[in-house]
Design a protein around this ligand. Structure first.
Ligand SMILES: O=C(O)CCC(=O)C(=O)O
Ligand SMILES: [Fe+2]
Length: 364
């Protein structure tokens, strides 16, 4: 890949390479995927396929709960941005997204906010789970799924470090300590078919926040698109037996742009195909660190030759997403809050009135 070539599809990397002793091949594919593309499918991920099926089946059942039950779990009641959002309650790049969603986390084992603590520590805290009688087994299944995907996420980051010729534990210092105490966060998302007069923004162009997203496409409908370096939108169609992996703006910041956060969006499903479901897992990093002061590739030190070659092969243009650029100067917790408040202004106004007024320029 020494010439500048356009990206037309998303690479597929098979986890069985690791299990079959072909780790070097896996690492080389990883290096290419995350330096050049920023997205890959991970085939045969080490997550129990029966558990994945159970999670997929819970999607429609969760959204089919009576509206009052869903509204009782409304995110506006949660300073941790956990819970339910009706259709039309979320904004990306100033435009309304057409998706309904629940955000969940595993129970907190990290200290949560107390009086006198920095405001961003309020971000840690419990989920709002549906009543067990309404959806028996859901909390247990989602918690087990989050544990397995969370474990994969940490292992993936160790492999990514190796693929960049860095020590395996390079990224450990960015998590809560010990990293096993981190909360694991996912969303269950439903994208309904829209009337063409309502547009087609399932979710607008954006970067993800922290280090790593592991996305389970939980139905057969396409919709996810990834922006290539030259600005073309590439379909990331669901492939059964895979998770879609992408990197967030936090990781791009600490690798000084070597590993790419890639702009992506979701188009509302085609009316002929019906509702689309997805379940993204977002790996959480510590709120109390300045990523710009903890870079893993020092300025002025040459990159390893194979990485340098991949970096040179990219021809990056300005893409459509603009979010999370604050990592270059601001503490991580505030950057994450800014992102969440921009997406969910009503939650910001209720729980973080000062920061929300600052973000929207409405401060008196
Ligand atoms: O639903 C999807 O396929 C992707 C969702 C997404 O990009 C996000 O929630 O950050
Ligand atoms: Fe995303």
């Amino acid at each position: 890949m020494s010439s500048r070539s356009e990206i037309t599809e998303i690479p597929i990397i098979d986890w069985t390479l690791i299990e079959n002793g072909q780790k070097d091949q896996f690492l080389s594919q990883l290096r290419h995927a995350f330096v050049v593309v920023g997205f890959a499918y991970l085939k045969n991920p080490p997550v129990d396929p029966a558990l994945i099926d159970e999670m997929i089946k819970f999607g429609p059942r969760l959204f089919d709960l009576p509206q009052e039950e869903k509204d009782a779990l409304s995110m506006v009641n949660s300073p941790h941005f956990m819970g339910y959002n009706r259709l039309g309650n979320e904004i990306t790049r100033g435009k309304v997204d057409a998706r309904e969603q629940f955000d969940f986390v595993t129970d907190a084992t990290v200290p949560t906010w107390k009086k006198g603590d920095p405001v961003y520590l309020k971000f840690n805290g419990p989920a709002q789970w549906p009543n067990e009688n309404s959806l028996p087994g859901f909390k247990a299944t989602a918690t087990e799924y989050l544990q397995q995907v969370g474990k994969l996420g940490f292992e993936f980051m160790s492999l990514l470090a190796e693929s960049l010729h860095l020590p395996r534990d390079t990224f450990d210092k960015f998590y809560e300590s010990p990293r096993e105490s981190s909360q694991h966060w996912c969303k269950m998302v439903k994208y309904p078919v829209l009337d063409p007069s309502q547009g087609n923004q399932g979710v607008g162009p954006h970067y993800d926040s922290s280090f790593l997203t592991l996305l389970l496409q939980a139905s057969a409908q396409p919709g996810l698109q990834v922006q290539s370096p030259s600005g073309q939108w590439i379909d990331a169609k669901p492939i059964p037996g895979t998770l879609v992996v992408n990197l967030g703006k936090g990781l791009e910041t600490v690798t000084r742009g070597v590993a790419r956060a890639t702009c992506h969006r979701v188009l509302s499903p085609d009316p002929a195909l019906g509702t689309r479901y997805s379940i993204p897992y977002f790996q959480k990093i510590s709120q109390s660190i300045y990523l710009n002061k903890m870079v893993v590739f020092e300025e002025g030190v040459p990159l390893p030759a194979d990485i340098e070659e991949l970096v040179r092969s990219r021809s990056l243009t300005d893409l459509d997403a603009v979010n999370y650029s604050e990592y270059s100067y601001e503490i991580s917790g505030i950057v994450q809050l800014i992102g969440r408040i921009k997406s969910h202004r009503n939650v910001g106004e209720r729980h973080y009135p000062e920061l929300t007024a600052e973000i929207f320029g409405t401060k008196a």
